[in-house]
Design a protein around this ligand. Sequence first.
Ligand code: URA
Length: 230
Amino acid sequence: MIRLDKFLSDNANLTRKTAKQALHRGYVTVDGVIVRKGDLKIDQQCVMLAGQQVSPIGQLYIMLNKPAGYVCSTVDDDGISVLNLIDEPWCEQLHIAGRLDKDTTGLVLLTNDGQWSHRITSPSSKCDKTYEVTLDRPLTQELVEVFANGIMLNNENKPTKPAQLTILNEHRAELVISEGKYHQVKRMFAAVGNHVTALHRSRVGSVRLDGSLQQGDWVRLTEQQYSSFF
Ligand code: URA
């Protein structure tokens, strides 16, 4: 059951205000009867707006290849939100399941399904994420064990969970972590005296960033991809 004004704003590209106006003006029918009150609870009824049926959008599961310079916030307060890259009437319904920093690129998952994003971001779900990291200073092999054992970050009271570091060359590595602390990857390398100069997320759980997806582009996840988190 959902309020009629919310149903209209979620599914007919209206704001709460314009949904109310449409109702007051008698543009909305429910099972053929004009309804002017937004607080009517509806379920499976046929809702029409100005003679057009409004169908529920349903659950949305999106993979975005985030370019640098966009913020993972649903409002443009601290910069341009990644939501601006999803030019769809329903984009306002989305929230971000695991944020990236403004200068980080790569895989961002978005959804309108709160339970699903909770599964990805909740610390108890221990969802693995893979990052490709470029570093200012040369990497040393000892770091593999240091990260596997967990390290203390500034302002934390527990060490990080075991992380798998694979050194690709002197300045590039792949890091798999199962947590999502604030600026975690940058802080882990800072804690060992290095500095991240570029960061790219290539995987969340079993979902890998689609290699054919250009920066700034997005696709819907397949059922197999989104159901892998349930
Ligand atoms: N860790 C960071 O430091 N930044 C990100 O954007 C993601 C993980």
